[in-house]
Design a protein around this ligand. Structure first.
Ligand code: AP5
Ligand code: MG
Length: 216
């Protein structure tokens, strides 16, 4: 089962992808996470991506498409994968289709999380992440057992560099202009499932689970 988990910044893509990945044993492929890891490791890709990510702009296709193609070629993707944060433009969706043709694979579902702007702002402003193991939290909705510390490795939690108010406003603008048109693109391809992203993390997990269990 090959999935795209689609939605605006802060919709809960990473949170739900983690759940699907564990439940259905499929790798979670987040272009945002891969780019942040490239920045952390100081690679050429990371250096090129850093300023664009800090401004909330899209990183160029020559970087992103190469990373995705390399990742999808790996053995753990042969029995399914979850793409999170990719594709983000019609051009990326066309490129994905070409990559999957080459690998003799196809997309099965696009799960589009539908969340209002006011909820997005609350989710992003309270998000905290463990810089060591990558586990995500929210100061109100998914708080760590010990304030400010990761439950898994006890590392002090941090706020993402692009979760500042100014950058969040730009990320939402970029989403509406360049990424939201993909909803119609995949609706026409008849693989779109719109899922309400409102409610608790577990409410949304149940909605997704119902779709995937009934169709896989
Ligand atoms: P990326 O990392 O993909 O960020 P994004 O799309 O902006 O989405 P987020 O990761 O911010 O949110 P999410 O939907 O994963 O929400 P989460 O689960 O964390 O991209 C970052 C940047 O990288 C881009 O701006 C761009 O520069 C670059 N980039 C990436 N991919 C690219 C591409 N393909 N092309 C070009 N550039 C690219 O949840 C958010 C918070 O809410 C968490 O604290 C969570 O605990 C909480 N939460 C989640 N669900 C709920 C719930 N139901 N109730 C309450 N709280 C909840
Ligand atoms: Mg994410």
């Amino acid at each position: 089962m090959n999935l795209i988990l689609f939605g605006p910044p802060g919709a809960g893509k990473g949170t739900q992808a983690e759940f699907i990945s564990k439940n259905f044993q499929m790798p979670h492929i987040s272009t945002g996470d891969m780019l942040r890891s490239a920045i952390k490791n100081g690679t050429d890709f990371g250096l090129k991506a850093k300023s664009m990510m800090e401004r909330g702009e899209l990183v160029s296709d020559d970087i992103v498409l190469g990373i995705v193609e390399e990742r999808l070629k790996q053995n753990d993707c042969t029995n399914g994968f979850i793409l999170d944060g990719f594709p983000r433009t019609i051009a990326q969706a066309d490129a994905l289709s070409t990559i999957l043709d080459k690998l003799d694979q196809k997309l099965d579902y696009v799960l589009a999380l539908d969340v209002s702007d006011d909820v997005i702002v609350k989710r992003l402003s309270g998000r905290r992440t463990c810089p060591a193991c990558g586990k995500g939290y929210h100061i109100l909705y998914e708080s760590p057992v010990n304030e400010g510390l990761c439950n898994v490795c006890n590392t002090p939690l941090v706020q993402r560099d692009d979760d500042t108010e100014e950058t969040v406003i730009n990320r939402l603008k970029v989403y509406k202009e360049q990424t939201e048109p993909l909803v119609e693109y995949y609706r026409i391809n008849k693989i779109l499932n719109v899922v309400s992203g409102h409610g608790t993390i577990s409410d949304i997990q149940q909605r997704i689970n119902t779709i995937l269990v009934n169709r896989s």
